[in-house]
Design a protein around this ligand. Structure first.
Ligand SMILES: Nc1nc2c(c(=O)[nH]1)N[C@H]1C(S)=C(S)[C@@H](COP(=O)(O)O)O[C@H]1N2
Ligand SMILES: [Mo]
Length: 406
């Protein structure tokens, strides 16, 4: 037996608060007829080589309407995901020219330009190098584009589903760059994909040497073709477009290349007609996934408000929730692990009294950056912007329990 006096545990206190909020929520489930569940009477399905989800589970990615089915994006059903990891099968997709069919035995990565020793690496070469696994989100800078208004998207998936979070396994790019030997004067890299559009992005060498990865693993299995099989670049915390998929070439250069995806696209037009360029970091954002647009509360009583927050600059320090249209805010509990540049799950026990409610979340990251209001974002960026919308959004719960984007 421990001789330490028993201290009230924060966990237990939280549980007691839940107890109060639950307030007899489960009384409706009490039954006087106690019946044992029936024994299964026949054998189930046989063993299988590769698992599939239950046929009762129907949630899916939502391919956006495009001129052709290869080009565009499909969105993660954030409102149907648990925890902080996105299943590979539900990771959002953004392809500019479809998913190439690549035999890993034939795939090569060329490193050249301002290096001492140009390298041509096979996948077998890459698999021999020291690897790391890291949990990071990827977010398209076009995510939440609908929230510039005037017409917003009806639910969490359609509004914010161009973001997902996985455990990525791969080789730090710094290791490969050290093998090639970076020449004096090199200050940028240009990465190129093996898809038909040859997606190219310029990335400062400093970031490439800091935490960029050459990724071949996703959530414990080989990276999916849609995510860049057999090899993608991952630039943690920066706009998704810089994480070049199906990466086949990295060139060291002394200035950015000014490719189409960093000039005509992925720049932010400001009110004065100038454009912000190389807006790499994804600012902190949070989204309430329950209750969220398109859902319906069964009735007044206990409800756990839950959602996701993330920042391209590091850890999420705080998520506040308002249930009164932004007049007052309370801190939500943050699930562990709370990792850098990864989804953080937040939760708040709450009791819905059945009235109309405007529900909002606001996050703060470890740099002290606070997610802005829509007014503050428009003030700073004007109304021409398309990319990088991270403002606080609001769900309205109507007295009938229906939830809409307002
Ligand atoms: N080669 C190549 N890389 C690419 C793209 C592409 O079309 N081709 N799309 C980019 C964009 S715009 C984004 S947001 C991310 C999306 O990654 P995902 O499809 O794995 O979610 O990949 C980036 N890398
Ligand atoms: Mo993107």
């Amino acid at each position: 037996m421990s001789n330490h006096p028993i201290q009230p545990q924060p966990e237990r206190r939280r549980f007691l608060r839940f107890g109060a909020a639950l307030g007899g929520f489960l009384t409706g489930c009490k039954t006087s007829r106690v019946e044992e569940p029936a024994e299964p009477s026949s054998l189930g399905k046989p063993l299988s080589e590769h698992g599939a989800r239950s046929p009762f589970e129907k949630t899916g990615r939502l391919p956006g309407p495009g001129k052709n089915p290869e080009i565009g994006s499909s969105k993660t059903p954030l409102q149907d995901c648990y925890g902080i990891l996105t299943p590979a099968s539900l990771h959002f997709e953004r392809h500019h020219s479809g998913v190439p069919h690549i035999d890993p035995a034939a795939h090569k990565l060329l490193l050249h330009g301002l290096v001492d020793r140009p390298l041509m690496l096979t996948m077998a070469d890459i698999h021999r190098l020291p690897a790391v696994s890291r949990i990071h989100f990827i977010e398209c800078s076009g995510n939440s584009r609908s929230e510039w208004g005037p017409k917003t998207a009806p639910d969490a998936q359609k509004a914010h589903g161009l973001v997902s979070c996985s455990e990525w396994t791969g080789v730090p790019l710094s290791i490969v760059l050290a093998e090639a030997g970076v020449k004096a004067g090199a200050s940028w890299i240009v990465a190129e994909g093996a898809d038909a559009c040859h997606m190219q992005r310029s990335i400062p060498l400093k970031k490439a040497l800091d935490d960029a990865l050459l990724v071949f693993g996703q959530n414990g299995e080989a990276i999916r073709p849609e995510q860049g099989y057999p090899l993608r670049l991952l630039i943690p915390g920066w706009e998704g477009n810089t994480s070049v998929k199906w990466v086949r070439r990295i060139k060291l250069v002394d200035q950015p290349s000014m490719t189409k995806d960093e000039t005509s696209k992925y720049t932010d037009l400001m009110a004065d007609g100038t454009a912000r360029q190389f807006t790499f970091e994804m600012d902190a954002k949070s989204v309430i996934t329950f209750p969220s647009g398109g859902q319906k509360l069964a009735g007044p009583g206990f409800c756990e408000i839950s959602g996701l927050a993330w920042s391209g600059r590091g850890r999420i320090e705080r998520v506040e929730i308002s249930t009164d249209g932004g007049r007052t805010w309370v801190n939500a509990a943050l699930d562990e692990p709370r990792l850098r540049i990864a989804f953080t799950r937040f939760r708040l026990p709450w009791k819905w009294e059945g009235q109309e409610v405007i529900l909002q979340s606001r996050c703060t990251d470890e740099t002290g950056y606070v997610q802005p209001s829509r007014e503050a974002l428009l003030e700073a960026r004007g109304a021409n912007s398309d990319y990088h919308n991270n403002c606080i959004t609001a769900w309205k719960i109507s007295p009938g329990g229906g939830v809409t984007n307002v």
